[in-house]
Design a protein around this ligand. Structure first.
Ligand SMILES: [Fe+2]
Length: 398
């Protein structure tokens, strides 16, 4: 029987605590066994994988229960470990949320699965420095519609929790309620027949009528799961309502739509647009923002402006609108930044934590610039990587 491989984030592996499972690495032609079941993984193994740019290792699907328990048990240690970069913590959190949603969607004992997920949600904390970190790896994961629905729901959860905290300075409890509601916002779609959800052509009127029932189905399912949190219920029921009254199921408008439901509905559309579907390829974040902007009459203006303010990358905000599509040449701002980076590299005293922080800032600049400016940051990043590599090889020789 062939193995079904499941990815786990490399930085979630604590060698001495990982259960005895086989670990695989992925390459162009498939998967190779990296660690047999009875061999112990070492810190050196992990370091070598990191240096090769490995982000994930893979396990046999049959070992998932063991590994899932291990991750839940050690989540606190992984998140409090300063050596684990925030990017990896975000990635681990994303995968944990995907597993939670999958568990609720496929488990016959949904209330128990939900309460377990709620406890996990409380332990997670996302910090994003780069907008693209929010969602960039999700497109590699989706498969059939059910898998898509799980991943899409996870993406909406992360984005909604992050933006609620940023935009409204919402309390921790409120953010957890929003996370729970966003995780399950489309659960009602599980009640819609697969010949409709998997259809790649335009829906007929009667099919669209069926789809429009999913917020009500979702609301009922949450009630059956004994979920009484008003924010979660509201998100399930109202995430397709529109500011101008053209939404469904109740045709609410203006202030009749809560800020939770409105922000989740904006995140819902943004995340759907930026994922590949069988009938269209994913929009880039810029294209998705443009599409949303052309439909802004559907969204509460202050909430939509706040969303745009956070989701528009810095380099598009800084330059005048008419020059937005013109690549920038190196300017005095980036030269000053490069000088500062060089100074920090020289004074880093080979401190790995400082160097990793510097690497993450330079990568932000690489991602947000164009033309000669980008080339300058790429060249600096190469110099920085070579320096980090030389320290690692020095460590190994000593
Ligand atoms: Fe929906």
């Amino acid at each position: 029987m062939s193995i079904k491989y499941l990815p786990i984030v490399l930085d979630s592996v604590i060698p001495k605590k990982l259960p005895k499972v086989e670990l695989f690495v992925k390459h162009e032609k498939g998967f190779t066994l990296y660690k047999p079941q009875d061999t112990e993984l070492t810190e050196q193994n992990l370091e070598r994988l990191r240096e090769n740019g490995t982000e994930f290792v893979y396990i046999d699907n049959a070992d998932w229960d063991l590994v899932e328990t291990y991750i839940e048990k050690n989540m606190g240690d992984i998140f409090s470990n300063e050596r684990v970069p925030q990017k990896s913590k975000n990635l681990i959190s994303s995968h944990v949320i995907i597993d939670c949603i999958n568990d609720i969607f496929t488990n016959s004992k949904k209330p128990a699965a939900f309460h377990k997920c709620l406890a996990i949600l409380k332990k997670l904390s996302f910090k994003f420095e780069d907008r693209d970190d929010l969602t960039s790896h999700f497109n590699k994961l989706e498969q059939n519609y059910e898998k898509y629905l799980v991943i899409h729901s996870a993406q909406v959860t992360i984005l909604s929790m992050f933006l609620h905290e940023k935009l409204f300075k919402a309390s921790r409890n409120e953010v957890i309620g929003i996370g729970a509601g966003a995780m399950l916002h489309d659960i009602g779609m599980l009640q819609i027949a697969s010949n409709i959800t998997e259809k790649t052509d335009a829906l007929s009127e009667s099919e669209y009528y069926r789809v429009k029932l999913h917020p009500r189905y979702g609301y009922d399912m949450l009630c059956e799961m004994f979920i009484t949190d008003q924010i979660s219920l509201d998100i399930a029921l109202s995430h397709h309502e529109r500011h101008d009254g053209s939404g469904y199921p109740r045709g609410l408008s203006g202030l009749g739509i809560s800020r939770h439901a409105m922000l989740v509905s904006i995140c819902d559309i943004y995340c759907a647009l930026t994922m590949n579907r069988p009938y269209r390829s994913a929009s880039t974040p810029e294209e998705a923002l443009k599409t949303l902007n052309s439909e802004k009459k559907y969204f509460t203006p202050e909430i939509f402006d706040g969303f745009l303010g956070i989701m528009t990358p810095r380099h598009l905000k800084e330059i005048p609108a008419e020059k937005k599509s013109i690549p920038r040449e190196a300017d005095s701002g980036s030269s000053a930044l490069l000088q500062d980076f060089t100074k920090r590299l020289r004074s880093s005293a080979e401190d790995r934590k400082k160097l990793l922080q510097l690497h993450s800032e330079v990568t932000d600049c690489v991602n947000e610039t164009f033309g000669k400016e980008k080339e300058a940051f790429v060249a600096f990043r190469k110099e920085l990587r070579d320096f980090m590599q030389s320290i690692s090889s020095g460590d190994k020789q000593n």
